[in-house]
Design a protein around this ligand. Structure first.
Ligand code: FAD
Ligand code: SF4
Length: 474
C-alpha cells in the first residue's frame, strides 16, 4: 500500500453547496477546510527533504514550512509564513491554478492525490480573518522616497505592500471606487467572496499604504503631474481590461455582451442583487459563451444564477486545452453548463428587432501545436450548424487599455500595446516600473504578484540609489 492510501492518509474532501441549491445562490460554492480537516490534510504531508512544492509557487512561499506549522496547530505562524511572501493569501488560496503550480510539484502526484495546498492556504487566511489581526510586519525604518502605484489589482496591491513594508511612503491610485481590480469586478462572489478581497485590501492599508480611489491616472492627474507633487518612482499595474472581439458579422446585435461588461455589472454594480441594487442584468433564457478560460466559465455560471435555462460554453479546442482552473471546469459541469467543443463562430443571426437569436458555427479539427504549445484549431469547410441563443457573451481575452499609456511621453510599448520592460520590470523611463497583465497580457493573479514583487525590489534599489545621489548633491 502506498503512503497516500494508508488509513488516515486519504486526501481531504472538499464539501460544496449541494447542486440543487447552486443555481439559486451567489454564495461561495466550496466550503473550504474546517480546522480538523486542515490538520488532517497537513498531517498527510511527509515534509520531503527536497520539497519540490516550494519551487512550484511563483510567489516563493515556503509551502513545506507553512504546512508544518499547520501540522503543529500553529495557525498564526502558518499565516505569518505565507504573508512574508504573499499579501493576498485568501485570494490565492481560492483562485490560483494550483494544479499547474505547487500541487503539480507535490511528490504525491506520483502516488496518489497531491496535498491540497491551496485549500490549506485558504484555511489559514480565513482563520486569521476570524481572529484579531496580528500587527503588520513592517521590516524597514521610514524612508524618504514617495512612490505612486497606479492600479489597485493584485499587481498594484502587492507592489504597494512590499514597498510599504520596507518603509517607503506609498500612495496607491485606483480608477474605480473600490480597490481589488479583477478580484472585485471580474471574479464572481461564488468563487471569491468580496469580503475576503476587502480584508486583504485593508491589510495592505494597515501597512501604511495610502489608498486613493476614483483616481484615473492620465485623466485625474498625469504622471508628470504626480512627479511635480514629489513622487520619485512609479509602478504601473493597470491590468489589461479592454475586451477583445470575435470579429464576426452581427457582433453588434442587441443581447451580445463582452464578458467584461457582463461581469462588471454583476459583481461591481451588484447586478445579482437587483432590485436591491439598481443594476438590472438580463441573462436571457439561452446563453452562448464564447471562450473557455476562467472569464468564460465565470460568465456562464453567473448567467445560470441569473435564471438562464440553458448555458453553453462554445470553444474552438477540446476540453483538454481549456485554460480555466480544473476545479471550476468541474463545478461548471456539475451545474449543468454544456460544452460545445471544437467549434468556432462564423456569424450571429438577428431576429426582426435586431436582437441576437443564434450563432452560425463551424466545427474544427486540431492541427499541430502553436506558439502556446496547444494544438491549433482548423475549421472544417462546410460544417456549419446553428446554436440558438438569446444572449451571447464574448470571453476571448482582453488587451491593453491605452487611456493612461497614451499620456505618458517616452513610454515604450510592445506588441499588443503592452508596456515594454527590462528584466528588472523597469520601463523605457528610468523612474517608471510596471508589472501584471499590462506587461504580460491577460495572465493569472499569481503571475501579477510575482512580477510586482520583483518590481518592488527594483524600485527600492532605484530609490536607494536616488537618495545617495541626492545626498551627494546636497
Ligand atoms: P487588474 O486586476 O486588472 O487590476 C488593474 C487595476 O488598475 C484595476 O483596478 C483598474 O481599475 C485599475 N486601473 C486601470 N487603469 C487605471 C488608471 N488609468 N488609473 C488608475 N487605476 C487604473 N487569474 C487567476 O489566477 N485565477 C482565476 O481564477 C482567474 N479568474 C479570472 C476571472 C475573470 C473574470 C478575469 C477577468 C480574470 C481572471 N483571472 C484569474 C486573471 C487575473 O484576475 C488577472 O491576471 C489579474 O487580476 C491581473 O492583475 P493586475 O493587477 O495586473 O490587473
Ligand atoms: Fe508536502 Fe507535497 Fe511539499 Fe512534499 S511536495 S513537502 S508532500 S506538500
Amino acid at each position: 500500500m502506498t503512503e497516500a492510501k494508508k488509513p488516515g492518509r486519504e486526501p481531504g474532501k472538499i464539501t460544496k453547496i449541494p447542486m440543487e441549491n447552486r443555481r439559486k445562490t451567489y454564495a461561495e460554492v466550496s466550503h473550504g477546510f474546517s480546522a480538523e480537516e486542515a490538520l488532517k490534510e497537513a498531517r498527510r504531508c511527509i515534509q520531503c527533504k527536497n520539497a519540490t512544492c516550494i519551487n512550484g509557487c511563483p510567489a516563493g512561499i515556503d509551502v513545506k514550512e507553512f504546512i508544518l506549522r499547520i501540522k503543529n496547530e500553529d495557525f498564526r505562524g502558518a499565516i505569518a509564513e505565507i504573508k512574508g511572501h504573499n499579501t493576498l493569501p485568501g485570494v490565492c488560496g481560492r483562485v490560483c491554478p494550483q494544479e499547474d503550480q505547487c500541487q503539480k510539484a507535490c511528490v504525491f502526484n506520483k502516488k496518489g492525490e497531491p496535498i491540497q495546498i491551496g485549500y490549506l492556504e485558504r484555511f489559514v487566511a480565513d482563520w486569521e480573518l476570524a481572529q484579531a489581526p496580528a500587527p503588520p510586519a513592517i521590516n524597514g525604518r521610514a524612508r524618504g522616497g514617495k512612490v505612486a502605484v497606479i492600479g489597485a489589482g493584485p499587481a498594484g496591491l502587492t507592489c504597494a505592500a512590499d514597498l510599504a513594508k520596507e518603509g517607503y511612503d506609498v500612495h496607491l491610485f485606483e480608477a474605480l471606487h473600490k480597490a481589488g481590480g479583477v478580484l472585485i469586478y471580474g471574479i464572481p462572489e461564488f468563487r471569491l467572496p468580496k469580503d475576503i478581497v476587502a480584508a486583504e485590501v485593508r491589510y495592505v492599508q494597515s501597512l501604511g499604504v495610502t489608498l486613493r480611489t476614483d483616481f484615473v491616472a492620465g485623466k485625474t492627474r498625469t504622471l508628470d503631474g504626480l512627479r511635480r507633487e514629489g513622487f520619485k518612482a512609479f509602478f504601473i499595474g493597470v491590468g489589461a481590461g479592454l475586451p477583445r472581439r470575435l470579429n464576426v458579422p452581427g457582433e453588434n446585435l442587441n443581447g451580445i455582451y463582452s464578458a467584461n461588461e457582463f461581469l462588471t455589472r454583476i459583481n461591481l454594480m451588484k447586478g445579482y442583487r437587483f432590485p436591491e441594487y439598481d443594476t438590472p442584468v438580463n441573462a436571457g433564457k439561452r446563453v452562448g459563451v464564447f471562450g473557455a478560460g476562467n472569464v468564460a466559465l465565470d460568465s456562464a455560471r453567473s448567467a445560470l444564477r441569473l435564471g438562464a435555462e440553458e448555458v453553453s460554453i462554445i470553444y474552438r479546442r477540446t476540453r483538454q486545452e481549456m485554460p480555466a482552473r480544473a476545479e471550476e471546469i468541474e463545478n461548471a459541469e456539475e451545474e449543468g453548463i454544456k460544452f460545445v467543443l471544437l467549434t468556432s463562430p462564423k456569424e450571429f443571426l438577428s431576429d426582426d428587432s435586431g436582437n441576437v437569436r443564434g450563432a452560425v458555427c463551424l466545427k474544427n479539427r486540431l492541427g499541430d501545436p502553436d506558439a502556446s504549445g496547444r494544438r491549433s484549431p482548423a475549421v472544417i469547410p462546410g460544417s456549419e450548424f446553428t446554436v440558438e441563443m438569446d444572449t451571447a457573451i464574448v470571453a476571448v481575452g482582453t488587451s491593453a487599455n491605452p487611456l493612461l499609456l497614451s499620456t505618458v511621453q517616452g513610454l515604450e510599448l510592445g506588441r499588443g500595446g503592452y508596456i515594454k520592460v527590462n528584466k528588472n520590470f523597469q520601463t523605457s523611463l528610468p523612474d517608471v516600473f510596471a508589472g501584471g497583465d499590462i506587461v504580460s497580457g491577460s495572465a493569472t493573479v499569481i503571475s501579477a504578484i510575482q512580477q510586482a514583487k520583483a518590481a518592488a525590489k527594483e524600485i527600492a534599489k532605484f530609490l536607494a540609489a536616488d537618495a545617495v545621489l541626492d545626498q551627494g548633491i546636497a
